[in-house]
Structure formats: structure tokens, C-alpha cells
Write a protein that binds this ligand. Structure first.
Ligand code: IMP
Ligand code: MG
Length: 179
């Protein structure tokens, strides 16, 4: 474990069990349908890769990258598309895969954007959610873990682009922010 990590918040094993649980719930809901997974780069790469492998439902994968104008640790809700979907989603069952819902502002904007393209359905699967940080109510069908209002890294989540490759979710030492 890197010395900058204060403690493990969610272990590799807990993540794996949860992703299997989420996949089972999704499989139960999408019987007879195909799902289009839309991963939000870059944070969702790990959960996207693991979820896609755990699903039995026929699934295709697309990625979007968005940037919210704001500081590195909070978002403003003003969103810019850095990378759009490659394909038309008209008539598709879209499942947005997110790493973490913090204020909910980014996702709220993204859902409105996707809905406007005429999909058959749009649902959200988020590995993490911070209920205390919510500034806007977003309907999230599948949630891995509700966590407190703390900044976590690992399993796709970064601080200044670092720590995404950690297999667990950890809490960064305060010195890392204040240094
Ligand atoms: P929101 O618009 O405030 O919900 O912002 C969500 C985005 O902020 C996520 O997709 C992450 O990129 C980033 N974010 C929020 N909380 C964390 C965290 O604890 N660790 C790493 N990134 C985070
Ligand atoms: Mg993200």
C-alpha cells in the first residue's frame, strides 16, 4: 500500500463481491434485452471492465469523457463533452456506468443530454455515491456503496491523475492535499 494512503475504505474483495451483486441485479432486470454500457471516462474504467465481465446480459460498450468546469475536488454542473459516443443510441437500453456520484451535477447534466437522443431507456449504475454531498437528486438504479463525504482514490478514482490503478478504494492522507 502506498504510504500516502491512510486506510483502506473498501477492499478489493468487497468491491469484487459488490460488482457481482450489481451484475446479478442488472441481469435480472434486463432479461430478453441487450444493454449498452456507457462508461464515463476515466474514473469508470475499472468498474466498467469488471461489470462487463460479470454480466450475462448481452452488452456492448461505449465511452464518454466529460469535464466539469470547477476545481479538482468539486464540480460546478457546467459540463463539456471531451469525447462523445461513437454510435447513435436511438432505441437502445442505455446503462450509464459511473465511478462516483458526488454533487450529482455532472450526472444530472449527462442524463439530460442522453435522454434527448431518444434511447429506449436510460439507467445508472454507480460504484459509489456520497449522499451527504448531493446538490441535485439523480435517479440511480444501481448503487454499489454509499460513503461519507470523504475523498477516496483507487479502482479508477484519482487525485491529480494518480492512484487510479490501486485495486482497492482508499483514503488519502491529508498531507497529500495540503502539500
Ligand atoms: P459530481 O458532479 O460532483 O457528482 O462529480 C463527480 C465526479 O467528481 C466523479 O466522476 C469524479 O471524477 C469526481 N469525484 C468526486 N468525488 C471523488 C472522490 O472521492 N475521489 C475521486 N474523484 C471524485
Ligand atoms: Mg467520473
Amino acid at each position: 500500500m502506498p504510504p500516502e494512503i491512510e486506510r483502506v475504505v473498501i477492499s478489493e474483495r468487497e468491491i469484487a463481491d459488490k460488482v457481482a451483486e450489481l451484475a446479478a441485479a442488472i441481469d435480472a432486470d434486463y432479461v430478453g434485452r441487450e444493454v449498452l454500457l456507457v462508461g464515463v471516462l476515466k474514473g469508470a474504467v475499472m468498474v466498467m471492465a469488471d461489470l462487463a465481465r460479470a454480466l450475462r446480459t448481452p452488452a456492448s460498450m461505449e465511452f464518454m469523457a466529460v469535464s466539469s468546469y470547477g476545481s479538482s475536488t468539486s464540480s460546478s454542473g457546467v459540463v463539456r463533452i471531451l469525447k462523445d459516443l461513437d454510435k447513435d443510441i436511438t432505441g437502445k437500453h442505455v446503462l450509464v456506468v459511473e465511478d462516483v456520484i458526488d454533487s450529482g451535477l455532472t450526472l444530472s447534466w449527462l442524463l439530460r443530454n442522453l435522454q434527448a437522443r431518444g434511447p429506449a431507456s436510460v439507467e445508472v449504475c454507480a460504484l459509489l455515491r456520497k449522499p451527504e454531498a448531493a446538490k441535485v437528486e439523480v435517479p440511480v438504479r444501481y448503487v454499489g456503496f454509499d460513503i461519507g463525504n470523504e475523498f477516496v482514490v483507487g479502482y479508477g478514482l484519482d487525485y491529480a491523475e494518480r492512484y487510479r490503478g490501486l485495486p482497492f478504494l482508499g483514503l488519502l492522507r491529508a498531507e497529500v492535499y495540503t502539500a
